[in-house]
Design a protein around this ligand. Structure first.
Ligand SMILES: [Mn+2]
Length: 309
């Protein structure tokens, strides 16, 4: 199947716009960063709505948010050559298993194609399960995975499901050693996944550590990422509950946008971003606050030097 046919072009998605809708259009060939959306919440247990994540991000980025990044004093299209493939064409099925095998058959191959072309894949979710399929394809590059989230998502299974939104990082341990994971902002976990994280050597900075001593988290990130290939998995619920009115499992005691910005800027300029995802972004009742926050977070990460290699 033709690679581009896997996707519905951005103009034909629900948003009707490509990411940021920049005045200077960049072709796929000249792009460095390649966005794609996966509007899916097949296994979400509690709040639904993350299927509208790509729509929320595209709409706010195209209609509401300036392409000029004030704290970088530059336009995003000068800093980062972004191309938006559109949304993955998802089959109509009520069977979760059929959906998961479709994702397993499609996403890793698409991500490998992008890496062969020297692109940085940026996935807009959709539920966190999706990170599994993208990261699995990147495992051979041995990235340090920086995972922002209220949750570890490291349960072996949940409500009878092996692969769902609370389990991707457990299953990724099969491909990526635990020492390559840094989880930041964690504040809701069960005893078993806490033990799994500890046993596998996962580095954790829970939300309380970030609040009490953000400088040591920043120092760690700066040192640990120097000269390394990195992957960022960003669950919007790492932000404190009032910032994320639409996501499925909001949690109190979370991070605020300046704390996230500080940590994103602490990552070493000598690191090399090889991919990222922005997941669990929701859209309900025309409330675009979460989409705006997701977009602004993406703009901050993608304007850093480590996202330009
Ligand atoms: Mn989460």
């Amino acid at each position: 199947m033709d690679f581009f046919n896997l996707f519905i072009v951005p103009e034909k998605t629900k948003a009707g716009y490509s990411f940021a809708d920049t005045p200077v259009k960049i072709s796929f060939k000249e792009s460095k960063v390649v966005f794609y959306g996966v509007p899916l919440d097949a296994t979400t247990s509690f709040g639904k709505g993350t299927a509208r994540g790509p729509e929320a991000i595209r709409l706010t980025s195209a209609r509401q948010i300036e392409t000029f990044v004030l704290d970088e004093k530059a336009d995003i299209y000068d800093l980062s050559k972004i191309y938006d493939l559109g949304d993955l064409r998802i089959p109509r099925t009520k069977s979760v298993n059929r959906m998961l095998s479709f994702l397993d058959d499609t996403i890793p191959g698409a991500v490998e194609t992008l890496r062969q072309e020297g692109k940085i894949p940026v996935m807009m979710g959709g539920e966190h399960t999706l990170s599994y399929y993208q990261l699995k394809a990147l495992a051979k590059e041995r990235p340090l995975v920086i995972h922002f989230d209220a949750h570890r998502d490291m349960k072996p299974e949940y409500e009878g499901m092996k692969m769902c939104h609370t389990t991707p990082f457990y299953h990724l341990l099969e491909y990526i050693p635990g020492e390559n994971f840094v989880q930041i902002g964690i504040r809701q976990t069960d005893r078993e996944e806490n033990e799994i994280a500890a046993k596998n050597g996962v580095t954790t900075f829970d939300a309380w550590q970030v609040h009490e001593d953000i400088e040591s988290v920043a120092d760690y990130l700066n040192r640990a990422t120097a000269g390394k290939k990195i992957y960022i998995s960003f669950d919007i619920d790492v932000y404190d509950l009032p910032y994320v009115p639409c996501t499925g499992t909001p949690e109190p005691f979370g991070l605020d946008p300046f704390q996230v910005l500080h940590l994103v800027k602490a990552i070493s300029p000598s690191a090399q971003l090889i991919g990222m995802d922005m997941v669990e972004v929701g859209l309900k009742n025309d409330d675009y606050r979460e989409g705006a926050l997701a977009t602004q977070t993406l703009l901050r990460i993608l304007s850093r030097e480590y996202a330009r290699k």
